[in-house]
Design a protein around this ligand. Structure first.
Ligand SMILES: NC(=O)c1ccc[n+]([C@@H]2O[C@H](COP(=O)([O-])OP(=O)(O)OC[C@H]3O[C@@H](n4cnc5c(N)ncnc54)[C@H](O)[C@@H]3O)[C@@H](O)[C@H]2O)c1
Length: 383
C-alpha cells in the first residue's frame, strides 16, 4: 500500500441494505481507498455474502463491531477509518468503540440520540486527535457548493428569506388504518427504540437543517415546530420556522407522507439582489434570479461556472449528469485527502476540510431535540 492510499472497514451495509452500498461506490470514485474489513450485518448469511462479494480476507470478517475494533486496532496494517452505516440506535456505541481503539470514524446521520452522547463522542475524537465525519451527503453536490459560494460572495445581496423542503411519500401507508399497525412493526424508522425520539425530523429534517446552515453560515436563535404523527409513535410531517441570530427567518417543511414526492429536497433562497432555487432530483441545475431579468439556468460543468472555486468538485462536462454517488464521492474525496495528509504530517488545505464533521452531527442532534420539544410544548424555544 503506497502512502497515498488508505484502507477502510464498514459496520452495517450488507448487500441488501440501502446506504452502505452508496458509500462503497462513492469511495471507489477516486481510487485511493480500499475496503478490507467489515462486520456487515446482524444476519450472518448476509454478512458472509457481503464479505464474499467484496473479497474480504477471512481474518478480517468480523462477527461484530467490538471484535472488529479490537482486532483491527492491534494490526500493523489497521484500517485508516471505519464507515458506520447501521440504524440510528447503534451509532453511539459503535462510534465510541472505534474511537476508543484510535480509529477514525465516518458515521451516518443522525449521529446519536442525546446531546450528552454527542458531546462525549466529540470530546473523545478531539482528545485522541481523530477525524470524525458525519454523512450529510447532500452538501457534496457541486451546485450546492456553488450556491454557498455565491451567497458568501453576496451575489444575492442580504438574505431576506430561506425556504427548504424535504418531502417523500414512502411512508404514506402509515396514514391508512388497515396498514399502519403492520408498517409500525416492519419499518425500523417508525420504532422509537431504533430511530430515537423522531422519525422524519431525524431521518430527513436534519439534512434540511444542515443544508440551510451550510449554505448561509447562519446559526439558529430560536424555533417553533408543529408535527403530525397520524397515529404512529413518531413524527411523519413537520413544519419548522427558524429565526437566525441575525433575524433571518427560515421555513423548513419535512414530510414522508407527501404523495408524488420521491426524494424532494429543495431550497429557495431570496436576497435583496437575487435568488437561488435548487432541487436534489435535478442536482446539476441551479436557477439564479436577478431583479428585472429572466431567470438563469446554471448548469454544472459549464465554462461560465469556472470562476467559482467550488466548480472544481465537478467531475463530468456539462450535459453528462452527476448524482448522489458523486455528491457522496466529493465529500469522501476531501475526507480521504485530509486523512492522507494527516498521516503524512502535512497541513490539509481549506478544500480538504470541506466535509461535514461531528460538529454538524452535534447540531443535528440538538435540532431534533429542540424541534420535538417545541412541537410537544407547542411554543417557540430559544436555541
Ligand atoms: N445520508 C443519507 O443520505 C442517508 C440515506 C439513507 C440512510 N441514512 C442513514 O444510514 C443509516 C442506515 O440506513 P439504511 O437505510 O442503509 O438502513 P438499512 O436497514 O438498509 O441497513 C442497515 C444495515 O445495518 C446492519 N446492522 C444493523 N445493526 C448492526 C450491527 N449492530 N452490526 C452490524 N451491522 C448492523 C443491517 O444488517 C443492515 O445491513 C441510518 O442511520 C440512516 O439514517 C442516511
Amino acid at each position: 500500500m503506497s502512502t497515498n492510499e488508505l484502507t477502510y472497514g464498514m459496520v452495517g451495509g450488507d448487500v441488501k441494505a440501502f446506504i452502505g452500498d452508496v458509500h462503497r461506490k462513492a469511495i471507489g470514485f477516486d481510487p485511493r481507498c480500499h475496503l478490507v474489513a467489515g462486520a456487515f450485518s446482524i444476519d450472518p448469511v448476509l454478512h458472509v455474502l457481503t464479505a464474499d462479494t467484496y473479497h474480504i480476507a477471512k481474518d478480517r470478517r468480523y462477527n461484530d463491531y467490538k471484535e472488529m475494533a479490537e482486532a483491527e486496532s492491534k494490526r500493523k496494517d489497521k484500517i485508516d477509518f471505519v464507515v458506520i452505516v447501521t440504524p440510528n440506535a447503534s451509532h453511539y456505541q459503535i462510534s465510541k468503540e472505534f474511537l476508543l481503539h484510535d480509529i477514525n470514524v465516518i458515521c451516518e446521520k443522525p449521529l446519536c440520540f442525546t446531546l450528552e452522547e454527542a458531546n462525549e463522542l466529540s470530546k473523545i475524537a478531539k482528545d485522541r486527535n481523530l477525524l470524525f465525519a458525519v454523512n450529510y451527503g447532500y452538501t457534496g453536490y457541486t451546485m450546492v457548493k456553488i450556491a454557498k459560494e455565491m451567497i458568501a460572495k453576496k451575489e444575492l445581496g442580504k438574505l431576506l428569506s430561506v425556504q427548504i423542503q424535504y418531502a417523500q411519500d414512502w411512508l404514506i401507508d402509515t396514514t391508512d388504518s388497515t396498514k399502519s399497525a403492520e408498517m409500525g412493526k416492519k419499518i425500523w424508522r417508525l420504532d422509537p427504540k431504533a430511530s430515537g425520539i423522531s422519525c422524519s425530523l431525524g431521518d430527513i429534517g436534519t439534512h434540511a437543517e444542515n443544508l440551510f446552515r451550510y449554505l448561509t453560515g447562519d446559526e439558529i436563535k430560536r424555533l417553533v415546530v408543529s408535527t403530525d404523527k397520524y397515529g404512529q409513535a413518531l413524527d411523519l410531517n413537520s413544519n419548522v420556522i427558524i429565526q437566525c441570530q441575525d433575524g433571518l427567518h427560515v421555513g423548513i417543511w419535512v414530510s414522508q407522507v407527501a404523495i408524488g414526492c420521491e426524494n424532494g429536497l429543495k431550497f429557495q433562497i431570496y436576497g435583496t439582489k437575487g435568488s437561488l432555487n435548487w432541487n436534489q432530483q435535478d442536482p446539476d441545475t441551479l436557477y439564479y434570479g436577478l431583479l428585472h431579468e429572466p431567470q438563469m439556468k446554471l448548469v454544472r460543468g459549464s465554462n461560465y461556472l469556472k470562476k467559482y472555486e467550488a466548480s472544481s468538485n465537478s467531475r463530468l462536462p456539462s450535459g453528462h449528469p452527476e448524482g448522489l454517488y458523486e455528491a457522496f464521492a466529493n465529500n469522501y474525496r476531501h475526507i480521504i485527502s485530509y486523512l492522507i495528509k494527516k498521516k503524512g504530517k502535512e497541513e490539509p488545505t481549506l478544500e480538504d476540510c470541506d466535509f461535514p464533521t461531528i460538529a454538524d452531527g452535534l447540531d443535528g442532534v440538538k435540532f431534533v431535540h429542540k424541534a420535538i420539544q417545541s412541537a410537544t410544548e407547542e411554543k417557540w424555544l430559544e436555541y
